[in-house]
Design a protein around this ligand. Structure first.
Ligand SMILES: Nc1ncnc2c1ncn2[C@@H]1O[C@H](COP(=O)(O)OP(=O)(O)O)[C@@H](O)[C@H]1O
Ligand SMILES: [Mg+2]
Length: 308
């Protein structure tokens, strides 16, 4: 790293996490943090990114978009990565491109999103209730142990909510693996080669396919969400992906997840059990309302399967 000059700093964002320096065809990234604990976290995030990037490159080698390889991760600490060409797609930059180039950007992005989603199993959002990937206990085990602290009526509201969620599961989005940080400075376009590049996979994770479009990708001011969702939905897929959601049904899911998490905390921290119990009861009251609104909305309207 010794031949790198401070003047070679090429961040297009204001460096909060990483300082990025040009090094010929490569870039060198170093953490902004100086605290050893934070540096360790930074390195872990880079290792996660490398794992994700390697698997995309392996599966989607000659794709219509470019993902820079991470060449080296050094405990020094720094990483060496291929340098991408072009510039971040800001609204002004996008506005000045030809309609053909705009189409290339939309198609490349839709393909990229789809590839990332398809490279790992596409799950149902409700699979999180079973999930044991954190140290968390499943929703069903939590419910079993809550029987000693909640009333029968409260337990039956929870059961009824779960049944409704199962019944209208087709109106919840899929749970897919995605980039997780699609901000302006992580998507580059080179108007000479017409190539889109995507960088910064430190936050790649599973998320709701609805959230992926309507929250993560909604941070790109130039992006027409309906258009990208349309192109994405038309892309052929081995594993189908549901991108829409019924608001009332997803409220039930969120309530059940809160019960799962809060129940977990309650079981682990007996000292603060009272606070968790208050949250649980509050959540159950909200769930009761959500169940009513699901029942009402299903009565009122024959909600079409394409509920977006
Ligand atoms: N491979 C690369 N090629 C060219 N520029 C890059 C590359 N990686 C990062 N940069 C520049 O540095 C900025 C910050 O790097 P990034 O990996 O996104 O870290 P952060 O976590 O700080 O957002 C990017 O927004 C981009 O401007
Ligand atoms: Mg970034």
């Amino acid at each position: 790293m010794s031949n790198i000059e401070k003047s070679d700093l090429i961040n297009t964002n204001s460096p909060r996490d990483s300082r990025v320096y040009a090094d010929g065809k490569y870039v060198i990234k170093a953490p902004v943090a100086t605290n050893p604990v934070h540096i360790k976290v930074w390195l872990e995030r880079q290792k996660h990114a490398k794992f994700v990037v390697d698997s995309i490159i392996e599966k989607n080698g000659n794709a219509e978009y470019f993902i820079p390889k991470i060449i080296e991760i050094s405990e020094q600490p720094f990483i060496k990565e291929e340098r991408v060409s072009g510039q971040p797609i800001t609204s002004e930059y996008f506005a000045g491109l030809s309609s053909q180039q705009k189409d290339i950007i939309y198609n490349s992005l839709a393909k990229f999103i789809s590839d990332m989603n398809q490279n790992l199993p596409v799950l149902d959002i409700t699979s999180q209730l079973y999930s044991n990937d954190t140290q968390d206990i499943s929703f069903f085990d939590v419910l079993e142990s809550l029987k000693s602290v909640l009333s029968q009526k409260e337990i039956s509201i929870i059961n009824q909510s779960y049944e409704l969620l199962e019944k209208y599961k087709d109106q919840t989005p899929s749970f897919v693996f995605f980039h997780g940080d699609m901000n302006e400075n992580n998507i580059f376009f080179d108007d000479k080669t017409n190539k889109v590049s995507i960088i910064d996979f430190t936050e790649a994770r599973y998320e709701s396919a609805y959230y992926m479009f309507n929250s993560d990708l909604s941070r790109l001011p130039w992006l027409d969400l309906n258009k990208i969702i349309d192109i994405y939905n038309k892309n052929p897929k081995e594993q189908p992906v549901k991108t829409g959601q019924n608001k009332a049904v997803i409220e039930i899911f969120n309530g059940l997840r809160t019960i799962q998490r809060t129940g977990n905390s309650l079981m682990k921290n007996s000292k603060t059990a009272n606070i968790y119990l208050i949250i649980l009861k509050e959540t159950i009251r909200a769930l009761e309302k959500s169940c009513q609104s699901v029942n009402n909305s299903m009565l009122l309207a024959n909600i079409p399967t394409n509920f977006r």
